[in-house]
Design a protein around this ligand. Structure first.
Ligand code: PLP
Length: 506
């Protein structure tokens, strides 16, 4: 592609982007695509010879766009908002054009240092305590710090691995003190070689979370080869995890010879955006020596507005993650991660081959997790925060939460629709009910209604299940949604419920 061809093609792309912004209802919210439709329309292999962009552009419209769910459609009320903004799009374009990666500080100082600055900028904008932030870029300058991970799943996995490392080291040093005290025999020493002991300790480690936590917690436990002990949560607590239940679980496990090492706390769960009772859970840290990780993937973005910071006790956490690609106008995927134990954390991830070990690598991003290659994600955050300003982000969050609350006020007035749980950070849930219906019938009908609505391809919602209760989650997701858009959604929802009732009665 020549520069001239690129400029002409880019113009088309820009027109397409701006047109989508202006006409968000141009494409149906969800396509009538069936499994394999797109796969079968595509050739079995890539073209041998170069093709003109016009041809590619045509197929992008005819095949690919026709298979896309429109997350930026005013009738899309599923999942969470999926961040998008003009500064983010500009940054993405620049990132691709620079063709550079931040494997070490020496490989690209700007990627590394902007990453750290954004960890601090975001931390201060969202009210993360200063003990989690960088005071300088040499590890010895501050125990606080962090990085821009890709996803919450990555961040949670890294937190669990760091916590596992700390607990194993702690247990190993307890064991060697014991050995010295007991003056172990040579044969005992032989059987308790260090790696055998590590394996033995790991086999006893238990991580705690609730049944309402995101699946990434359970997956991370699987990958870390540690036990995952989910605890019960109750409607009266708005499905938030409470201290007694966690303490009871830990106590039981300790009696069985197991070792608690990690406590997962969600501020904003996936199904209902409920919060665990952080302040009463943090004493578990001292009592059982657990690493506390706060997963605020969705709700954390709302902390930009002070009144939404229901995170008392956050200063006692060991690490925190927030997804910017949900509620912070940033496209996938950027997940700031903060910890108060930078040194211990990085000790676990550090491996120093000669080709990477260079001077000035005080904050090499490679020591913050699994990946070596890093995208220039910090540029997205930098451009967003400068173009919107913190006040712009506050206004966005307040407006979106306001729109969702408006939608809730209208939707719950509809016949046969009842609210489930509380409204948290711009997310509420509903169920379908009729007088005399059993809870089983409410569940089945709610789930069928959600499927019926989604199959209309006019609106899109997510169905979920909270401890046996089927629900439809409702969020207003499009940044530019207006009250009119919300009213249109509610009218359409009401029509679809009527159609559903007719179909059900037939
Ligand atoms: N944690 C919570 C509370 C979530 O809601 C989600 C996704 O919805 C995740 C973690 C996983 O996020 P990611 O897709 O960034 O891994």
């Amino acid at each position: 592609m020549t520069e001239e061809e690129f400029m002409l093609s880019m113009k088309k792309v820009i027109e397409f982007i701006t047109d989508n912004y202006r006409n968000p209802e141009k494409f149906p919210v969800s396509p009538e695509t069936r499994p394999n439709d797109i796969f079968n329309q595509l050739p079995q292999k890539a073209p041998e010879n170069p093709e003109k962009f016009d041809l590619v552009w045509n197929d992008f419209h005819e095949i690919i766009m026709r298979g896309c769910i429109q997350w930026q459609h005013p009738r899309f009320h599923a999942f969470f908002p999926c961040g998008r903004s003009y500064p983010d799009i500009l940054a993405e374009t620049l990132i691709s054009s620079l063709g550079t990666v931040g494997i070490t500080w020496a490989a690209n100082p700007a990627i590394t240092e902007l990453d750290a600055s954004m960890v601090n900028w975001l931390g201060r904008a969202l009210g993360i305590p200063e003990t989690f932030l960088f005071r300088g870029l040499d590890t010895c300058q501050s125990e606080g710090g962090g990085w821009l991970a890709d996803t919450a799943s990555d961040a949670i996995f890294c937190a669990i691995m760091a916590a596992r490392h700390c607990k194993v080291e702690e247990e190993l040093s307890k064991m060697s003190e014991l050995e010295e005290d007991e003056n172990m025999t040579a044969s005992n020493r032989h059987t308790s070689k260090k790696h055998d002991r590590r394996a033995e300790i790991i086999s006893k480690l238990v991580a705690y979370g609730s049944f309402e936590h995101h699946s990434s917690f359970e997956k991370a436990c699987k990958m870390a080869c540690v036990c995952c002990h989910p605890v019960e949560v109750y409607e009266d607590d708005d499905w938030g995890m409470r201290r007694e239940v966690v303490e009871e679980a830990m106590e039981e496990d300790v009696k069985r010879g197991l070792i608690p090492f990690y406590l997962h706390i969600a501020l904003g769960t996936t199904s209902t955006a409920s919060s665990d009772h952080l302040a009463e859970l943090t004493p578990m840290k001292e009592k059982y020596g657990v690493w506390i990780h706060v997963d605020a993937a969705y709700a954390g973005s709302a902390w930009v507005v002070e009144k939404y910071r229901n995170n008392a006790g956050i200063e006692h956490a060991d690490s925190i993650n927030i997804n910017l690609h949900k509620f912070f106008l940033t496209s996938a995927s950027v997940t700031p991660f903060w910890t108060r134990h930078q040194k211990k954390y990085k000790d676990f991830f550090r491996v120093d081959p000669a080709y990477l070990k260079k001077k000035n690598g005080g904050n090499d991003l490679r020591n913050w997790g699994v990946q070596l290659t890093r995208r220039f994600k910090a540029l997205k955050v930098y451009m967003l925060l400068r173009v919107y300003g913190i006040n712009g982000m506050r206004a966005y969050v307040e407006r979106m939460i306001g729109m969702t609350e408006y939608m809730e006020s209208l939707l719950i007035k509809l016949p046969n629709i009842r609210k489930f749980g509380q409204t948290n950070y711009g997310l509420f849930c509903v169920q379908y009910h009729e007088e005399g219906m059993s809870e089983e019938q409410v569940n089945a009908t709610t789930s069928h209604l959600c499927e019926f609505i989604n199959n209309s391809h006019k609106m899109f919602f997510t169905h979920s299940n909270v401890r046996g209760h089927d629900i439809i989650r409702v969020a207003v997701t499009l940044e530019r949604s207006t009250k009119k858009d919300v009213e249109k959604s509610v009218d359409l929802f009401s029509q679809l419920v009527d159609e559903f009732k007719k179909k059900k009665a037939d």
